[in-house]
Design a protein around this ligand. Structure first.
Ligand code: ADP
Length: 226
């Protein structure tokens, strides 16, 4: 039989802070074995580790601005060199600027590849501030919760893994969330047109329940991967 070169599928989740990119990326990881690449998580890890990139990124992240393309691309490209991404990737929080989108297109083109689908999670701005300002995460398994909309069944105990330690991001407060939302509208939302022009844009109504949104995403990923 002829050798078939299979190239990893590359899915992008686009949407403002709080739209559910991280939650849905985790679902796609579990359901389809895609590897979640979150530049936000990578940057937070760099900040925690005190690397030069982390030191440079920290104050920008705390103010709700965008970290420089140079730093983000450095971190992402290094991650994309790891062999596990052959399973296919779901990019969560990247690209966020026109320069990042162009760099991703170039990186994929080196391998004869293009973006498989860019999925825009469409939501309402005011609801996003409310979602972001109350959210917290299980420190052990990463399950996401919210002070008002998604509490743990037993106070202080993670429903999923029984963990009792939780973390809140330094930038998850109403003021910083507003800055992040305006950075999204100014620099990231224009990418929707870029992926529309490439013919790979999928729009999803992300105001429904987590399960309803997951279903729509699963349908898109199954169709595009077929
Ligand atoms: P959210 O989508 O909820 O805003 P993220 O975890 O994706 O959260 O990002 C948190 C912060 O990390 C951003 O506000 C920004 O400062 C920085 N960041 C993450 N990804 C990028 C990126 N691709 N380009 C520039 N900055 C980024």
């Amino acid at each position: 039989m002829e050798d078939v070169v299979t190239r990893p599928a590359v899915f992008i989740l686009l949407g403002p802070p709080g739209a559910g990119k991280g939650t849905q990326a985790r679902m796609l990881t579990e359901a389809f074995g895609l590897v979640q690449l979150s530049t936000g998580d990578m940057l937070r890890a760099a900040v925690a580790a005190g690397t030069p990139a982390g030191l440079a990124a920290r104050s920008v992240m705390e103010a709700g601005g965008l970290v420089s393309d140079e730093i983000v691309l450095g971190i992402l490209k290094e991650r994309m060199r790891q062999p596990d991404i052959r399973a296919g990737v779901i990019l969560d929080g990247f690209p966020r600027t026109a320069a990042q989108a162009a760099a991703l297109d170039d990186l994929l083109a080196e391998n004869g590849q293009t973006v498989s689908a860019a999925i825009a999670l469409e939501v309402d701005d005011e609801a996003m501030i409310d979602r972001v300002a109350g959210r917290f995460t299980c420190a052990a398994c990463g399950e996401g919760y919210h002070d008002r909309h998604k509490q743990t069944a037993r106070p202080g105990v993670c429903d999923k893994c029984g963990g009792t330690e939780f973390t809140r991001r330094a930038d998850d407060n109403a003021e910083t969330a507003r800055e992040r939302l305006s950075a999204y509208h100014a620099q990231t939302a224009p990418l929707i047109a870029h992926y529309d022009d490439l013919g790979v844009l999928e729009r999803v109504d992300a105001m429904g329940s987590i399960a309803a949104v997951s279903q729509q995403l699963a349908r898109i990923v199954s169709r595009v991967s077929a």
